[in-house]
Ligand binder design. Structure first.
Ligand SMILES: Cc1cc2nc3c(=O)[nH]c(=O)nc-3n(C[C@H](O)[C@H](O)[C@H](O)COP(=O)(O)O)c2cc1C
Ligand code: SF4
Length: 484
């Protein structure tokens, strides 16, 4: 059942970014309280919240915090690193928090620093997000002027500083170890793990990397208590709380919405996204472009009572609660929880081509299967889209994607191969029809009428298949209304 909340988006109206407004809502009370709590108490509160990291992998935040060494060794300072890179196509939720309510992130940083034994937090933001950077720096200055940050926050001898660090805008710099390299002034290339950041992270010191939404939720967790936060979710205790849900692509009201964990895709698309625009629903990419696509007619097949999906056996995938584990069991991922909707007027061949161009461009090039594989995938798709593909090309694409899986330094490889395999498996018939007709099958014809989107408007490359779609893409998100 759709349960909307306003713990994260309460101040999304005009003026919500000011300290005055934040204080009026009890802002910084929890940071003050945290200064009198022990690390263990804070970590336990966070564990009880069962918040699964909002950056994409869905790792439990409390558990991650508990990996930090219990004692801060001399000459080994701990760091908090907040990941606000948000380069995933279709994802634009962290940006709304930075622009509309930056103080919740700053307060979350103070509490998290206290919990992991750190005295400094770095928020990594891509440089083109000018308003986000300004709002974060503004909030840091305001908090400092009030004595909430600095040498003695709230008069307690536990210094905390928060910095905004800008990145030049590379998707791979969202991967936590590439981000750490970039933060240190090195090339933004992922590191081999282990060591994990809790052992050797920023500047070789024990560090925790968390997504910005994960950190912004911390004051709310403390205010209501971890367990109460967790119980908001219909998937409590495995996947707790409330979170930001994004919806873009072919929907009437694209945007960012806050609701309890456990919302279904049908509720996200129909109730929050205002329904599908331009025909019936064809498919959904559930959590950013790296998550395998689901078709509208897919049905849950989980006869085994032990399966986490058994309660929804025989039901549409659109009615499964959106959770980290439920969507993994569906063969996809919840990722960033920002769905991209494709109506029946979208061309899956062109949509896959559009995404794979992005991945080829963003591979950092360290691993051969990723560097070469993404290029091959793009070139084969170029050929298919041009109407010159063969049936063998489909098997070739499967083979290339399969050879990337599991053979790379970082998860970018899987993040490319899994959606590629997803498109090929779910739309095999459409790909074959496209190839057989040289791109003149029904969807192919639409796709190849270059410069035109299905509704006849001019193409600006912003929708899932490269056609125009009124402000619903990540690039177009400045025009996307945010509905709290
Ligand atoms: C290619 C790639 C890009 C990523 N981009 C982001 C990003 O922009 N923001 C983010 O929070 N996490 C991103 N991640 C996930 C991070 O590596 C990391 O898991 C996350 O920041 C941890 O925060 P969380 O536990 O709070 O989710 C990315 C991962 C990969 C493999
Ligand atoms: S998988 Fe791709 S992006 Fe990740 S390290 Fe290897 S080449 Fe770079």
């Amino acid at each position: 059942m759709l349960k909307r909340t306003t713990y994260l988006t309460k101040r999304y109206d005009a003026g919500g970014h000011t300290l005055e407004r934040y204080l009026a809502d009890g802002g910084y009370d929890q940071a003050r309280r945290a200064m009198s709590m022990t690390r263990e108490q804070l970590v336990n509160e966070c564990k009880a919240a069962n918040l699964r990291g909002r950056g994409g992998a869905g790792f439990a935040m409390g558990l991650k915090w508990s990996f930090m060494p219990p004692q801060v060794a001399p000459n080994k300072p701990h760091y908090l690193v907040v990941n606000a890179d948000e380069g995933e196509p279709g994802t634009f939720k962290d940006r709304t928090l930075m622009e509309r309510d930056p103080h919740s992130t700053v307060e979350g940083c103070i509490i998290a620093c206290r919990a992991i034994g750190a005295h400094a937090a770095y928020i990594y933001v891509r440089d083109e997000l000018h308003l986000s950077k300004d709002r974060l720096w503004g909030a840091i200055r305001e908090a400092k002027a009030k004595g909430f940050l600095g040498g003695k926050p709230f008069g307690v001898d536990y210094p905390v500083e928060v910095y905004v660090h800008t990145g030049a805008g590379a998707y791979i710099c969202g991967e936590e170890t590439a981000l750490l390299n970039s933060l240190e002034g090195r090339r933004g290339e992922p590191r081999l793990k282990p060591p994990f950041p809790a052992q050797a992270g920023a500047f070789g010191m024990p560090s925790t990397v968390n997504n910005l939404e994960s950190i912004a939720a911390v004051p709310a967790i403390l205010a209501m208590g971890g367990e109460n936060f967790s119980k908001l979710s219909s998937l409590h205790p495995k996947d707790g709380g409330c979170r930001l849900f994004g919806v873009s692509g072919h929907v009437n009201t694209p945007g960012i919405y806050e609701a309890c964990v456990g919302l279904t895709l049908r509720e996200l698309i129909d109730d929050l996204g205002g329904g599908v625009k331009g025909g019936k629903l064809l498919a959904v990419i559930p959590g950013g472009s790296s998550t395998p696509i689901l078709r509208a007619e897919d049905v849950v097949d989980a006869p085994d009572a032990q399966s986490p999906l058994h309660p929804w056996h025989g039901q549409s995938v659109l009615d499964v609660p959106m959770g980290v584990d439920t969507f993994r069991a569906l063969g996809t991922m919840l990722g960033t929880c920002c769905a991209i909707v494709l109506s029946e007027q979208a061309c899956p061949v062109r949509a896959m081509h559009n995404l794979m161009r992005f991945y080829r461009h963003e591979s950092c090039g360290q691993c051969t299967p990723c560097r070469e594989g993404t290029g091959w995938i793009e070139r084969v798709l170029d050929r298919i889209v041009a109407g010159e593909g063969t049936m063998e090309d489909l098997d070739r694409l499967m083979e290339i994607a399969n050879s990337i899986m599991g053979n790379t330094i970082c998860a970018f490889g899987e993040g490319t191969a899994m959606p590629a395999l997803g498109f090929l498996r779910k739309f095999r018939r459409e790909f074959e029809a496209y190839i057989q007709t040289g791109g003149r099958s029904s969807t192919g014809r639409l796709a190849l009428s270059s410069g035109s989107s299905p509704d006849g408007s001019s193409s600006s490359g912003s929708s899932p298949d490269g056609s125009s779609s009124s402000g619903s893409s990540p690039e177009g998100s400045s025009r996307t209304e945010v509905r709290a």
